[in-house]
Design a protein around this ligand. Structure first.
Ligand code: BTN
Length: 325
């Protein structure tokens, strides 16, 4: 895929084949071929009108490294190492994990315009259309073993909620363990992947997916109630680069301080954002669903489930929690 055609068409205006060819330093036929490829691969809808040229109706908001960096506050800027903004990748989490394993990287921020095999929790696919949403992976090396990281994924949810607040997006809620919700519909998800020594140094990839402007054509593949920031803000959506910077302003200090502070530092705020606080719920963990009342989380991030046989602590993993119908 061309990396230079799309920025030229991002403004949503018509551009003639001739102008595009000149700007890109290729022939008009090459432009036409690139447009066809993008349309045929369902990457984007590109309109072609004789005598006017090509345009992307409505334009697209491409990620901009300079804008992301300009939006960082001093602490986040000091903590940030390499920033990769990719065009297309299978999964930003998988990409970052590969780099960590092959090149020994210990810190990296990676985002992409599109994921061809975005990973969700519990083996699900994460719908990741082009230039519409945010797909972010942050690699960080921790040194005190996996036990010191309990509750990290919940704290990431708090960081996401804070970041959205900083961008004037209406207040979101969190659903244990890792969903970001607005009005009961899923706005985003968090997927942590870990490699290394459970007792010592381990690398963690923190993946965050946020629906910003989900195209209808892609939404058909989502199998649950969902929403996006565009809907929440009546299309007065902050730019994706601004949201990305706000996420990094929260996430980088969070990872830098987490081993020292632990989840206890985040617990109260997590509870204040809990979408299922004191609600009747059903937990799906093993073969048999477990019904109870959700009573928040403990200092380790374990769900406190009040069941017929007493209070049970439930740790994360391959579990899902639903409001009892
Ligand atoms: C969930 O199922 O709720 C978690 C979704 C996590 C999606 C993000 S998008 C960026 C990163 N790369 C991936 O492949 N997945 C995570």
């Amino acid at each position: 895929m061309s990396r230079s055609l799309l920025p030229l068409l991002a403004d949503g205006e018509f551009h003639s084949g001739q102008d595009l060819a000149e700007a890109m330093g290729v022939s008009r036929t090459a432009v036409w071929k690139q447009v066809n490829r993008l349309v045929n691969d369902s990457v984007l809808a590109i309109e072609s009108v004789k005598g006017k040229g090509y345009r992307i109706p409505g334009g697209i908001d491409l990620l901009d490294a300079a804008q992301v960096k300009a939006g960082l506050d001093p602490r986040a800027a000091a903590l940030m190492g390499r920033l990769e903004i990719l065009d297309t990748v299978d999964s930003t989490n998988a990409h970052v994990m590969r780099l960590a394993e092959q090149d020994g990287l210990t810190s990296l921020v990676c985002t992409a315009e599109q994921q061809s095999a975005g990973r969700g929790r519990r083996g699900r696919q994460w719908v990741s259309p082009y230039a519409s949403n945010l797909y972010l992976s942050l690699l960080w090396e921790f040194t005190q073993g996996a036990a010191a990281l309990e509750g990290l994924s919940l704290a990431v949810g708090v960081a996401v909620a804070r970041a959205l607040r900083a961008c004037d997006v209406p207040a979101v809620q969190l659903k244990w363990p890792n969903d970001v919700l607005y009005d009961g519909a899923k706005l985003g998800g968090i997927l942590l992947e870990m490699s290394g020594d459970a007792a010592g140094s381990c690398r963690v990839v923190i993946g965050v997916g946020l629906n910003v402007a989900m195209p209808d054509a892609a939404a058909g593949a989502i199998d649950q109630a969902w929403t996006d920031i565009n809907t929440m803000t009546s299309s007065q959506t902050p730019g994706r680069s601004r949201i990305l910077a706000a996420l990094l302003n929260e996430l980088l200090p969070l990872v830098a301080d987490f081993e020292q502070r632990g989840f206890a530092h985040w617990r109260e705020e997590w509870q204040s954002l809990d979408a299922l606080a004191d609600a009747a719920v059903v937990l799906h963990a093993g073969e048999v669903p477990l019904a109870g009342i959700a009573r928040g989380v403990d200092a380790r991030g374990a769900l406190q489930l009040e069941t017929a046989t007493g209070l049970q602590s439930v740790y994360g993993g391959e579990v899902s929690l639903r409001a009892a119908s």
